[in-house]
Structures are given as structure tokens and as C-alpha cells.
Design a protein. Structure first.
Length: 172
């Protein structure tokens, strides 16, 4: 089989495209101590808190905490709980614990799980910070809360990362 120069160039281009797309995909998080998994969009996300038999909490940072911090919590709620009421409870805690707290808008979210995104801003260490919390309903009594926080401009610039993690979040 003979290849001309343009066919060889096209073949190399296709091979490189597959190689780049393979490297661009992040790792998949899964752990025997939790019943969920999700894909990390970039290798810059590093795990800082691992789940254990005594604590199911998971945390990641994107470089450092100010550049992007993710905490995952499982909330057990009443069977008839409305997601808006759950968000209101979380908002009250945020108002109490964060100086300069300003609530933002809520957005509907749809990935593997459906839910609502709650956005807000606050001040920490004289820096403008923001939060983007994903409330994902797994079933009638379980809501997973993906808490993203970081410097306001940085968190906005990695929104595609936060959305990607939430879109791929799935209960096993």
C-alpha cells in the first residue's frame, strides 16, 4: 500500500487528534467508601481529602484553594423536601459564616443528575471570592452538594471545569 504525502499527513493528523483527546481527558474519581463517581476535567485538580470508613467527605483543589476548591457532601433530606428549601438553609449558613455575603442567582442544572446551582460572592482575606454550589438530587431523600469556591475571577474562568464535574457526577 502506497501513501502519498497528503495521505500520510492526514493520517498523522488523525493519530495526533486521538492522542491529544486521550490526554485531555482527566481522571475518574471513584472510591469504595463512597457510592458515587465523577470525571476530573484536568490534571490540575488534586485530591486533598480522601473518604474513609469514618468520614465520607471528598475534597479537591485546582492548584490551591483560592484557585478552586471542591467539597462534596451527601445530604439526607426529608422525603417531601423541596430543593429550594434546602438551598435556603445552606444560604443562611453562608450568610452567617462569610463576610460580605451576597447571594446570586439560582440556575437549573441537568447532567447525569438534575438539580440547581446556587451562586454567591463573599470576602475572605480581603479578596473577592465566589461560590458555585451544585445541589444534585439523587433520590427522594438524598441530595449531593458539590461546593466549589475560589477567587471570583478564577472561579468564573474555570466554570467549564465545575460544570463538567457536576455533569459527570453519578451515583453508583
Amino acid at each position: 500500500m502506497r501513501f502519498n504525502k497528503s495521505s500520510l499527513t492526514a493520517l498523522i493528523g488523525v493519530i495526533m487528534l486521538f492522542a491529544i483527546s486521550g490526554f485531555a481527558q482527566g481522571d475518574m474519581f471513584s472510591d469504595p467508601y463512597v457510592n458515587y463517581s465523577f470525571a476530573l476535567p484536568d490534571a490540575s485538580w488534586k485530591q486533598t481529602v480522601k473518604p474513609s470508613a469514618t468520614s465520607p467527605n471528598v475534597e479537591y483543589v485546582n492548584g490551591d484553594r483560592t484557585q478552586g476548591h471542591l467539597q462534596i457532601r451527601k445530604l439526607t433530606v426529608a422525603k417531601d423536601a423541596i430543593l429550594t428549601d434546602i438551598i435556603d438553609d445552606e444560604e443562611q449558613k453562608l450568610q452567617f459564616n462569610n463576610r460580605g455575603f451576597v447571594a446570586g442567582k439560582e440556575e437549573n442544572f441537568s447532567g447525569r443528575l438534575r438539580g440547581t446551582i446556587f451562586n454567591f460572592e463573599y470576602v475572605a482575606s480581603s479578596r473577592n471570592m465566589s461560590g458555585r454550589y451544585y445541589f444534585l438530587r439523587a433520590n427522594d431523600t438524598t441530595v449531593y452538594l458539590l461546593r466549589f469556591s475560589g477567587q471570583k475571577d478564577t472561579l468564573r474562568s474555570i466554570r467549564h471545569h465545575t460544570d463538567s464535574i457536576a455533569r459527570t457526577f453519578v451515583v453508583k
